[in-house]
Design a protein around this ligand. Structure first.
Ligand SMILES: CC(=O)SCCNC(=O)CCNC(=O)[C@H](O)C(C)(C)COP(=O)(O)OP(=O)(O)OC[C@H]1O[C@@H](n2cnc3c(N)ncnc32)[C@H](O)[C@@H]1OP(=O)(O)O
Ligand SMILES: O=C([O-])CC(=O)C(=O)O
Length: 427
């Protein structure tokens, strides 16, 4: 039996084009549309890429209507409750969860690679006092490309692994140094005896000499429950298919640039309020709302088309249902409320917003639900992180996703330079 084909018609001139139906496909995407666009000279106009797939990927699956998320086929709920962030890193990079030996090897490798080249540390000194940690972090990631220029040419799987592990391991150190620089505080170097996640809290909290103490007004002991909560937060942020920052990472990859520069570009893209920067804005907004009694007033503002005010942490391009990560964070908040002394007033405001929004015609019609950024800030605050470090935490968690997507792109036989067309409307 011959291959099945589909006929597409260019309705500008009635010309017919015939293409083989892709194996296993159903519906309108059954043929490779690129052939049609190429042969007919047509292209689609899709600002914001609302319905354009830029790649095929095996890494992350989202069903936005149902509110489902899976990394390499495993539901996020299972990963967040039953596996560590390092296991998730292995899963994303290698396509499977690690054995015990593989996990130990990855853990040791990341501990050893957490240190920054000493002269890179001087870069932080060139930044203005009070620089936002996201500026410094993005500059630091770019600078790494100069120190590890050899990663421009990757040949073996081992080369790819080394490149990936190096940047994943160094990102918490870059973020912690960026933060300490913004305070004018002495840098605390990674402690090889501490795990990936604990080390980050340690580098943020310790005094020079590495001491931690129980003084509630100063750096405090790191509780295992804090490490576990932050580890879960890293897992929830680890990947999210072709979001804006990952799209930037893949676009930069498509020109053949250094992987660490692509990741620095991802950091820049993540910073904006419409994307990862929303986690910082949510807390600002909850504080601005101030009390449960004021919630209605701000909901009314969010609905007013003439008012630019938007509810931060609400809405998502793909989820037309509750973001499953927000659900997990909400449960985590309930579990931590006593032990971590969460800000219950902010929690009450957040829950009231959610309650009103989910029963309001405006939000229902537009399918606007809380996203991951809505609930993360309250937990991060209880962990002692200032607002300016919320998006850097997102960066630390997401670095593995960016790297995995970069590698998938570079190894794909379909990889092409990212180069959309435009509709010219000028003279
Ligand atoms: C990790 C992440 O990146 S998750 C996203 C984090 N960002 C935020 O939380 C910021 C607030 N949310 C938003 O700005 C948007 O919902 C985005 C950027 C996340 C998604 O944007 P898009 O998919 O392009 O949706 P778009 O902006 O077209 O919104 C669709 C409609 O919902 C409304 N809407 C979307 N989000 C909100 C919101 N947070 N508050 C009030 N109204 C909203 C829009 O005004 C628009 O209404 P209209 O149809 O009457 O014009
Ligand atoms: O997928 C998106 O558009 C944004 C998002 O939730 C993420 O990057 O985690």
């Amino acid at each position: 039996m011959g291959k099945k084909t589909m006929t597409l018609i260019d309705n500008r001139n009635g010309k017919h084009y015939e293409y083989p139906i892709l194996e296993g496909s159903r519906g309108p995407a059954a043929v490779d549309m690129r052939s049609f666009y190429r042969d007919s000279g047509m292209f689609s106009y899709d600002p914001g890429f609302t319905s354009t797939a830029s790649c095929r990927s095996e890494i992350t699956f989202i069903d936005g209507e149902k509110g489902e998320l899976r990394y390499r086929g495993i539901p996020i709920e299972e990963l967040a409750t039953g596996h560590s962030y390092l296991e998730v890193c292995h899963l994303l990079l290698e396509g499977k969860l690690p054995t015990e030996e593989e996990l130990t090897a990855l853990d040791l490798e990341l501990r050893h690679r957490a240190f920054l080249p000493e002269s890179l540390v001087k870069l932080f000194e060139t930044m203005p006092d009070n620089a936002h940690p996201m500026s410094t972090l993005s500059a630091g990631a770019t600078a790494l490309s100069a120190f590890y220029y050899e990663h421009l040419k990757l040949e073996s799987d081992e080369d790819y692994r080394e490149m990936a592990h190096r940047i994943i391991a160094k990102m918490p150190t870059l973020a912690a140094f960026a933060y300490r620089h913004s305070l004018g505080a002495t840098y605390i170097y990674p402690d090889i005896d501490r795990s990936f996640t604990e080390n980050f809290l340690y580098m943020l909290r310790a005094y020079p000499g590495g001491k931690l103490h129980r003084d509630p007004s100063g750096p405090r002991e790191i509780k295992p429950i804090e490490v576990q909560a932050l580890d879960t937060i890293f897992t929830l942020h680890a990947d999210h298919e072709q979001n804006a920052s990952t799209t930037v990472v893949r676009s930069v990859a498509s020109t053949g640039a250094h992987p660490y520069v692509a990741i620095a570009s991802g950091i820049a893209a993540l910073w904006g309020r419409a994307h990862g920067g929303a986690n910082e804005s949510v807390i600002e907004q909850l504080r601005m709302i101030g009390s449960v009694e004021n919630v209605d007033k701000f909901i009314a503002r969010a609905k007013d088309p003439k008012d630019p005010f938007r509810l931060m942490g609400f809405g998502h391009r793909v989820y037309k249902n509750f973001d499953p990560r927000a659900r997990i964070l909400k449960t985590l908040q309930d579990q931590l409320v006593e032990e971590l002394d969460l800000d219950t007033e902010l929690m009450r405001i957040a829950r009231r917003i959610e309650e009103i929004a989910l029963s309001d015609e405006y939000f229902i019609k537009r399918k606007l639900y809380p996203n991951i950024d809505f609930y993360s800030g309250i937990i991060l605050t209880a962990l002692g992180l200032p607002r300016s470090m919320f998006t850097p935490v997102f960066v630390i968690g997401r670095t593995v996703g960016w790297v995995a997507q970069w590698i998938e792109f570079r190894k794909s036989p379909e990889a092409k330079i990212a180069r959309p067309r435009q509709l010219y409307i000028g003279k």
